[in-house]
Design a protein around this ligand. Structure first.
Ligand code: OSB
Ligand code: MG
Length: 370
């Protein structure tokens, strides 16, 4: 199979409420949607880069550049027998994992549609349901956070993650624990701490957190290993794991005990599967992270986390928590038991609402195979 056309759209979707982390505050989601076509079938991949380089270095502008000038020409040159061939074919480009992932995921989705199977089947996963977790942004007060946690627990979520930063950590966790002594609770610092401020994290050791996500620098594993030696609570790495090789290094030096896999952060589905294999070999639990995706990327995450090895609930929550109008129908929903049903339709498995996509598109570019 040879790709005939690649289309990139920039899409803007207002969030229902601002999402705040130690990095900053997001009010609108802006992302690239990559669509690849061959033999009259089109597949879609959602790029998780943002307008700014505050979480990781890529932006929508760098992703567009690298797609247009490097990745898409490489993909056009390829005769694709299986989507797993795309990752090695793009490996000459260093970094730019989010741009690579969007293109690679679109090819997997295209092939799943061509074969008339749900994405999970092509990936080697299973049907049924997955357990939903939820990631809650920083709130103005600890009381407001406890109320948000209560609402999500009421909604069925069985695992809750809250964002922390220095000064909004020990008191916040204590307040949540007081009300929910047995809740599966974790925190995510998005690199807001250093070894010098790590005492604050040791203060969290008494709260039976399931893990502390990415406390230290986005590109560090050495200091994380030092910190893990000081903490009882397992460290989970997010930002610091851009590839299977880095996952292996991190686990070898014991920089973490748990890994968050975001398909966009590790260059696509083949990269995610390779990270999963590394983690399984080390006996490290894995869960699937999220990037406030629209339904297209959200469903991709649902399919991915049906693979064996995703042993913990992830950050995939209902579309309606974040967006008034999703780009897929039905939107992603969570049952009162805290589960998401894995779609059985071809590809991501829910209908894409093209009039909505059209309305949300602020820029579009199309390339055809030369
Ligand atoms: O660190 O996991 C993170 C959102 C944007 C950028 C980074 C992160 C997050 C989340 C939200 O935690 C997860 C989600 O609801 O999609
Ligand atoms: Mg994170």
């Amino acid at each position: 199979m040879r790709l005939e056309q690649v289309e990139v759209r920039r899409i803007e979707m207002p969030l229902k409420a601002p999402f705040e982390t130690s990095i900053g505050r997001t009010t609108t989601k802006q992302f690239l949607l990559v669509s690849v076509s061959a033999d009259g079938v089109t597949g879609h991949g959602e790029c998780v880069a943002d307008a700014d380089p505050f979480y990781l270095p890529e932006t929508n502008v760098t992703a567009l550049h690298v797609l247009r000038d490097f990745l898409v020409p490489m993909a056009f040159a390829l005769d694709i027998a299986h989507p797993r061939q795309v990752r090695p074919a793009l490996s000459r480009v260093r970094g730019h994992e989010m741009a690579k992932a969007a293109l690679e995921m679109a090819v997997w989705e295209l092939v799943a549609r061509r074969e008339g199977v749900p994405l999970y089947r092509l990936l080697g996963g299973r049907g049924g349901t997955v357990e939903a977790g939820v990631s809650i942004g920083l709130k103005a007060t600890d009381e407001a956070m406890v109320e948000h946690v209560a609402a999500e627990v009421e909604g069925g979520y069985r695992r809750v993650k809250v964002k922390i930063k220095p000064g909004r950590d020990r008191g916040l966790v204590a307040a949540i624990r007081q009300r929910f002594p047995r809740l599966a609770l974790m925190v995510d610092a998005n690199s807001a701490y250093t070894l010098a401020t790590a005492e604050r994290l040791r203060a969290l050791d008494g709260f039976s957190l399931t893990m502390i996500e990415q406390p230290l620098a986005w590109d560090d594993i050495v200091d994380h290993a030092a910190l893990q030696r000081l903490l009882k609570t397992p460290i989970c790495l997010d930002e610091s794991i851009p590839s299977p090789e880095n996952a292996r290094r991190a686990l070898e030096i014991k920089a973490c005990r748990i890994v968050n896999i975001k398909v966009g952060r590790v260059g696509g589905f083949a990269g995610a599967i390779a990270v999963l294999d590394v983690c399984r070999a080390h006996g490290a639990p894995v869960w699937c992270g999220g990037m406030l995706e629209s339904g297209i990327g959200r469903l991709a995450n649902v399919h991915l986390q049906t693979l064996p090895g995703f042993t913990l609930p992830g950050d995939t929550s209902a579309s309606a928590r974040i967006y008034d109008e999703d780009l897929v129908d039905p939107p992603v929903t969570v049952s009162p038991q805290g589960t998401i049903t894995v779609p059985e339709g071809p590809g991501v498995g829910h209908q894409i609402l093209w009039p909505r996509v059209e309305r949300a598109t602020s820029f579009r570019e199309i390339w055809r195979r030369p």
